[in-house]
Design a protein around this ligand. Structure first.
Ligand SMILES: C[S@@+](CC[C@H](N)C(=O)[O-])C[C@H]1O[C@@H](n2cnc3c(N)ncnc32)[C@H](O)[C@@H]1O
Length: 268
């Protein structure tokens, strides 16, 4: 199993709250973007009036979408204070701050009461949590019986990753801490959550790597100053995207959508 570099949790949160990430990734920080969030919402059968917890809510794009398009209320929990502030400001600007709130908190100790949520979503973040069992137990704790969990995340093939993809950069890029889809199901199962649906979205990961590559190349030609100001070393990013592209193409890493259910008391 990949060793966890010290400080990986804070580093991931700090990295994702930098302007550089918005410059390279746009408004949604996961493969598949808003289209895959909509797919996840429909696989979870989200309905108007339901209460959703978005764990590792990042820029808050998913929370706003779930409130405006699905009529839900959303509590976003995010480790980075800067991201919490920005997500709150964006929700106010979109006129949904009455239905969408953001809290600073750790996925492994959610600052929310038991059984508060009809649904929990967690996109492209479970893979980065060093304490996956603790986070899974927290998902189960805040879900009401019968509630659903929806995850989209990076997966790795059974044989593990080559050394070049286990660095701190790889942790921040959500790769080094990723597990097989079976291992995710096992960890969620141990927390009392039963997988009801799974579908592969490896193509979304391939597209995201391609988009990052293309965006950095374009910025390198047209706005090198912006890249430098955001602290992005284009050649390093491009070396990394080339590695990631090969890993996706050879099936070493992929992307998976999972829906799980917290059984009602009489089903347990
Ligand atoms: C790849 S981004 C995904 C953000 C968002 N879910 C999205 O799809 O747009 C990963 C996010 O996880 C957050 N994060 C990492 N570890 C966390 C933890 N232990 N608790 C809460 N958030 C965490 C990071 O700060 C970052 O915003």
């Amino acid at each position: 199993m990949t060793a966890i570099p010290p400080g990986v949790k804070a580093c991931c949160a700090a990295a994702y709250s930098r302007d550089a990430v918005a410059l390279v990734l746009g408004e949604s920080y996961h493969p598949g973007g808003l289209a895959l969030t909509r797919r996840l919402a429909s696989a979870m059968r989200l309905r108007a009036g339901q209460h959703v917890v978005d764990v590792a809510s990042g820029p808050g794009t998913t929370a706003r979408l779930l409130a405006t398009e699905y009529g839900t209320t959303v509590d976003g929990v995010e480790l980075s204070e800067a991201a919490v502030q920005r997500a709150g400001a964006a929700a106010a600007e979109a006129g949904v701050s009455g239905r969408v709130r953001f809290y600073r908190g750790d996925a492994e100790r959610l600052p929310l009461p038991d059984e508060i949520a009809d649904a929990v979503v967690c996109e492209c973040a479970f893979c980065t949590f060093p304490g996956k069992a603790a986070a899974a137990a927290e998902f189960a704790r805040v879900l009401r019986p019968g509630g659903r969990l929806g995850i989209t995340d990076v997966t790795v093939a059974g044989g593990g990753l080559p050394e070049e993809l286990t660095t701190l950069t790889a942790w921040v890029a959500c790769i080094a801490g990723a597990r097989t889809a079976g291992e995710y199901a096992r960890v969620l199962g141990a927390a009392g959550l039963r997988i009801t649906h799974a579908e592969p979205h490896d193509d979304a990961l391939a597209r995201m790597v391609g988009q990052i590559d293309a965006r950095v190349r374009l910025l390198q030609m047209t706005a090198a100053g912006r890249l430098a100001a955001a602290g992005i070393v284009a050649d390093s990013v491009l070396r990394y995207t080339a590695m990631a592209r090969r890993a996706v193409a050879s099936g070493l890493i992929g992307y998976q959508l999972l829906v799980a259910e917290k059984p009602r008391h009489h089903d347990r």
